[in-house]
Design a protein around this ligand. Structure first.
Ligand code: AMP
Ligand code: MG
Length: 363
């Protein structure tokens, strides 16, 4: 399939392009589009055949449900059985924005879109291109992140093109995603609202709007043997091609641990400076520490205290290590507070939960 790639400026939206994109969706095609979280791979949420095409284009297991994107609150009652009070309160504060809510689904939503579940995940993005596109597409766009299954989510169009060129009808390049991490998912179908995926809207922010919320234990506790409630959270995800290890602890100890291990690797695999023959190493560092590392490629995700900046850069950096053929990657760990909980959730999945704590070890 030939993929049309178009660039759109969020502040000066080309309506002709948006209408063409909307027509593609209405005719059962696929369009990748920018949102404030990450790029989405969109199809008509109310058309089973479109959802099947999304799974095929992404290489995604079909038991992993899609999020339905809407452009206005009036679209909600048509796709859900009922709208609980908590949803109105959350929508008032965080829609449009990086929050996905799960409801009991109405019959209008095909089982293919929800991976066979009786519930449906819904989000209203704030990105203006996304909003215009969803409206032009008829109001209901099913969209997972616009990456091939298992790869880091794309936050710039370059990586959407890399994964999906030839697999979708159109890719809309809207520049860099302003948030860079997928939405927070909250399940409103149980008595007590439950966070199924941490994100930019934090537990504290949700609790401030609707009172007590809990977090699905299986996503924060690696030892928990229960399956996560969001089917997608059980899959290995966000993974770079290189082997990623997170090193946690006091900054100086983290730096010396990582440098020592990189030194050892170089001795074993071809010596210093012979990068072409030896193993290529990378470090996900912070502004405070980046100059201290001796890896072939050192990338700062931002200032250690600026979780929002870290969130914005993390997925792009994982992709860049792939571009550079980095085989062994070390990452600093982050506090699991606020947005930090979402950052560590993604990083832990990318690392397949390989974590080393250097604080109480001499190694
Ligand atoms: P992505 O579209 O790549 O951001 O992934 C969507 C995430 O939402 C996956 O982890 C899904 O398993 C989860 N999800 C979507 N719909 C539901 C639902 N009805 N119940 C629970 N989790 C859902
Ligand atoms: Mg995804």
């Amino acid at each position: 399939m030939k993929t049309e790639i178009v660039r759109i400026d969020e502040e000066n939206i080309d309506i002709d392009v948006i209408e063409r994109a909307g027509r593609i969706i209405k005719e059962g095609g696929l369009v990748a589009f920018p949102t404030e979280t990450v790029y989405g791979l969109g199809g008509d949420a109310l058309n089973s055949a479109s959802s099947e095409k999304i799974y095929a284009a992404k290489g995604r297991p079909s038991d992993n449900p899609l999020i339905v994107h809407i452009a206005g609150m009036n679209a909600l009652p048509f796709i859900v059985k009922e709208v609980p009070k908590a949803a109105y309160r959350l929508a008032e504060r965080y829609w449009p924005g990086p929050l996905t809510m799960i409801f009991h689904k109405a019959d209008s939503v095909p089982a293919k879109t929800t991976g066979g579940l009786e519930t449906v995940a819904v989000r209203m993005p704030s990105n203006k291109v996304a909003k215009a596109f969803i409206e032009a597409a008829g109001g209901y766009v099913a969209a997972p992140s616009a990456n091939r299954s298992g790869r880091p989510s794309p936050t710039v169009a370059k990586y959407v093109i890399e994964d999906l060129d030839g697999r979708v009808d159109m890719i809309i390049d809207g520049g860099q995603a302003s948030i860079g991490l997928e939405s927070t998912i909250i399940d409103l179908t149980e008595e007590k609202p439950m966070i199924l995926r941490p994100g930019y809207v934090t537990e504290e922010m949700l609790a401030a709007a609707i009172g007590d919320v809990e977090t699905d234990r299986s996503i924060i506790d690696a030892a928990c043997d229960k399956a996560p409630k969001a089917p997608g959270m059980k899959y290995r995800h966000y993974a770079p091609k290189g082997n990623l290890t997170i090193v946690e602890g006091q900054a100086e100890k983290v730096v010396s641990y990582i440098n020592a291990h990189i030194g050892k690797l170089r001795e074993e695999c071809g010596g210093v400076g012979e990068k072409a023959d030896g193993v290529r190493t990378g470090v996900i560092a912070t502004d405070e520490t980046a100059v201290l590392y001796q890896a072939d490629s050192v990338k700062s995700v931002g200032g250690r205290r600026d979780a929002e900046e870290i969130a914005r850069h993390l997925f792009r950096i994982l992709r860049e290590f792939d571009d550079e053929g980095v085989q062994v990657i070390y990452a600093e760990g982050f506090e699991q507070q606020g947005v930090g909980a979402a950052i560590m959730n993604r990083l832990l999945k990318a690392a397949g939960h390989q974590v080393i704590c250097v604080d109480d070890k001499t190694d």
